[in-house]
Write a protein that binds this ligand. Structure first.
Ligand code: TYD
Ligand code: MG
Length: 470
């Protein structure tokens, strides 16, 4: 055997990995040779735990050695009908799924504990069941009585959902195999326990093994499977990121504590656009759909105040207006504070640096607080200009005109870059009663008349125009 024999090298590497890598990050699933306080792969602290190595049988021989079965090959032009979809009638959920539930798909719904995942999925199960899809809801966390009580509170007790409280994966698979429902909900994947894996429920090996079994079950039988996963801050429980790569669709249920808004966001979807959001409101009667999120996010805007700018954003396929709020206050000696909620702190630093370097407006002596109202998270670079506007407005103590929306990406040179879907942003702003939009110079407004579009080439022009001196 020459040293370059790929099969031999693969076998050698696998053997090495099995014997040595026995520490795993519970946040991202990366394996490490030894324990460390911080995971190199994802940067999480205190997330590495020792794992019993996966038992994969006695053979440590390379796979290339033995003959396997030849997989059938086909070409790309074979016609494929679009997947049949079932809609639940919960429009916000159906949209995030890419237009309804696809049979045999595996969906992960992640979120912080207590955010409302069980509530959402019980409502989803009831809606799908009422729409004629057979649904099984497996709860590993709550007793049947608790789930029934919640169903009663939500007015869903009459929905034909089949309920099981079980954590043994073998029993669950047997049950599902006998029932063959259209949709099975597993709440949560961290409570599931596969008896062929020798570690505690919630550990990376258990969560991976359980997810793997359930995903293969979905593919084999055509049952759509939803896995609920708690986001874990630290500790011994594996987070949903460990199974993200195994499933077709990854949805995160987000929201700020103390706010009633909840956002279901598709971060990965093999059957639809990623970044699509569904907006819900947590009420005493469960989650209510919010059909017009812009109105909701802007609803508690008072009189025009310094530090507030309205950003016309796009979430997935939908325009959403949000209010960006900034507070700029003189800082005590030392490093000034930069506190950001709902936006990327790296982009705030960049925007501050561009304002200082290109427009000569320093923020060095000031604490800066930046926030997206309503608990929304904004990830688009198109928010740059609205962030800059809010910062300047707070710093100069001048309120921006209340009938104006702002969007545009700021490049490091200080130039304003046009962003996508200008027309959609303008239409939404117009619908909500705004009369003026500030946008980068080369934006293509399309056919949306009725809104005054003020286009600016760079940040200096913007500062001069809005705040007088440049
Ligand atoms: P839950 O769905 O249990 O969260 P998760 O499964 O993500 O841990 O929801 C928990 C919270 O939702 C709880 O604090 C109470 C609140 N809630 C309401 O406000 N209204 C309702 O109708 C329901 C069922 C729950
Ligand atoms: Mg729950």
């Amino acid at each position: 055997m020459t040293p370059l024999d790929p099969a031999a090298r693969l076998g050698h590497k696998q053997a090495m990995a099995r014997s040595s890598a026995s520490f795993t990050c519970t946040s991202c699933g990366a394996s490490h040779k030894k324990w460390a306080g911080r995971c190199d792969a994802c940067g999480a602290w205190n997330s590495i735990v020792e794992e019993a190595p996966l038992s994969t049988g006695p053979a440590s021989k390379s796979l290339g050695g033995a003959r396997g079965r030849a997989a059938p090959l086909s070409d790309l032009s074979t016609p494929e009908p679009p997947p049949p979809r079932t809609t639940s009638g919960l429009a916000e959920l159906d949209r995030v799924l890419g237009g309804g539930l696809v049979p045999a798909s595996a969906i992960l719904v992640g979120g912080d504990p207590g955010i409302g995942k069980s509530t959402l999925l019980l409502q989803a199960a009831a809606s799908f069941a009422r729409a004629g899809l057979s649904c099984v809801y497996v709860s590993g966390e709550e007793a049947s009585a608790q789930v029934r009580m919640r169903a009663q509170r939500l007015g869903l007790a009459d929905a034909p959902v089949r309920l099981a409280t079980e954590t043994n994966l073998r029993d669950i698979l047997t049950t599902l195999d006998r029932e063959r429902p259209g949709l099975a909900i597993i709440d949560s994947i961290q409570t599931m326990w596969a008896d062929n894996v020798d570690s505690a429920p919630g550990s990376v090996s258990q969560v991976r093994a359980a997810a793997h079994e359930l995903v293969s079950f979905a593919k084999r039988t055509g049952v759509a499977v939803v896995l609920v996963g708690h986001v874990t801050k630290e500790g011994q429980i594996a987070g949903p990121r460990v199974v993200e790569h195994m499933v077709d669709t990854v949805l995160y249920f987000e929201g700020e504590r103390g706010h009633q808004f909840r956002i279901l966001r598709a971060v990965k979807n093999r059957f639809g656009p990623a970044d699509e959001i569904g907006v819900f409101e947590m009420t005493g009667m469960g989650l209510a759909e919010v059909a017009n999120p812009s109105a909701l996010f802007l609803s508690d805007r008072g009189a025009p105040a310094p530090g507030s700018a309205v950003f016309a954003g796009i979430e997935g396929t939908r325009p959403v207006l949000t209010e960006i709020q900034a507070l700029v206050a003189p800082a005590p000696p030392g490093t000034p504070r930069r506190t950001v909620v709902g936006l990327d702190s790296g982009r705030l630093s960049t925007t501050l640096a561009v304002l200082e370097a290109r427009c000569g407006i320093p923020f060095a002596g000031f604490d800066v607080f930046l926030n997206v109202a309503g608990g929304m998270k904004v990830t688009e670079p198109a928010a740059d200009l609205a962030v800059a506007a809010a910062l300047l407005s707070a710093r100069e103590d001048v309120a921006l005109p209340s009938d104006t929306v702002i969007f545009g990406e700021i490049s490091l040179s200080g130039a304003l870059r046009p962003v996508s879907q200008t027309e959609n942003r303008l239409k939404e702003a117009q619908k909500l009663g705004f009369t003026t939009a500030i946008a980068p110079a080369q934006s293509k407004p399309g056919g949306s008349a009725g809104l005054k579009l003020r286009q600016m080439a760079d940040l200096t022009a913007f500062v001069g125009d809005i705040f007088g001196a440049g």
